[in-house]
Every structure is written in C-alpha cells, then in structure tokens.
Design a protein around this ligand. Sequence first.
Ligand code: MN3
Length: 204
Amino acid sequence: MPFILPELPYAKDALDPYMSAETFEYHHDKHHLAYVTKANELIADKSLGNDQIEAAMVAAYNEKNQPLFNNLGQHYNHMHFWNWMKKDGGGKKIPGAVEAKIQSDLGGYDKFKADFVNAGVTQFGSGWAWVVMDANGKLEIAKTANGENPVIQGKMPILGVDVWEHSYYIDYRNARQKYLEAFVDNMINWDYVEQMFNKGPLKK
Ligand code: MN3
C-alpha cells in the first residue's frame, strides 16, 4: 500500500473566508499530492503506507535521506494540518484538559495565542509553528523549518500551522500575521488538538 493523499475532512469552501477553496485546490490537491507522489517514488520499501508514516519519516531522518525525509515530513505535517482546522473553529472553546495545560504550561490563552503567532511570524522562510508536548508531558511553543517537525526531536505535536507562503498567499498575500491570527481565532479544531493531546508524550 503506497502513501496516499487523504480526502479533506470538510468541503473545500468550508473555511471561507479564512481559507478559501482556491487555497485548498492548490495546497491540498497540488502541493500535498506532490509530496505524496515524490515520497512514493523515493522510498525503497514500497509496502509502506499512511499507517507507517511516523516510523518511515523518522527512519529517513536518521538515515540522512534528506529528499525522502522532506517529502515524508510534509506528508505527515499536512495529514494533521487538514484535521487541525474546521469550520467555525478557533477561539477559546477549548476542551477542559487541554485548556488547563494551556493555562499551566503556556500562561493562558492570550499568551499562547501571542507566542504561537509570534513563532509563526518569526519562522524565517518556510516552515511550521507548533504546540508540542515534551517527554514529560509539558506543553511548549516551537517552530521548525521546511518539512521538519517536532517528532524527530522526540516531541508530540498537538497543534501545528503551515507558514509556507503557499498556505496563505492567495488569501492574505504577505500578511502572515493576519493569517496566523485568523487560524487561532477562527480555524483551530480543538477536538483534534485534544485527540493528539490524549495520545500523550511520544514513545521512545
Ligand atoms: Mn503546505
């Protein structure tokens, strides 16, 4: 079973006006598909598929197979990214356990929002901003370049946002900060954040 492009969990215009159908046509149908196609081309073990994405990605990283890692990393990142958003999402309607950890570890919702947006704005060039859970279960804000993600540092990503220009240029042009604020205020799927949170720290 090769790696496959998952369907979006909502209609392409579901997040309009915060993220347009046109953005999804390019971002999901072309950019994400290209990562999947390339990963399938580059990987030696053709039996691996979406269920093995995490292990395959870490193996490519450890083997310093940068082209394969880049494409597997982006496949992993985008599979979660689509689920980290939903119609009428965002804001402070946060499941209790996650909200309590945002309070204790990230200084509350307003500080989380400011620090998360700042991580995205200050990621120089392409990359991602994250809320990650470390090995002890503590939450922290992080950012990574290009196709990297916290998994290769042994941390569980419970929320992530794509800050590559292809993620926001159609809808926000160069205003990355406005895009990130809209993501937090109007798009985050806190139920999916809670699902990732409930998995707990990454197993070594
Ligand atoms: Mn992208």
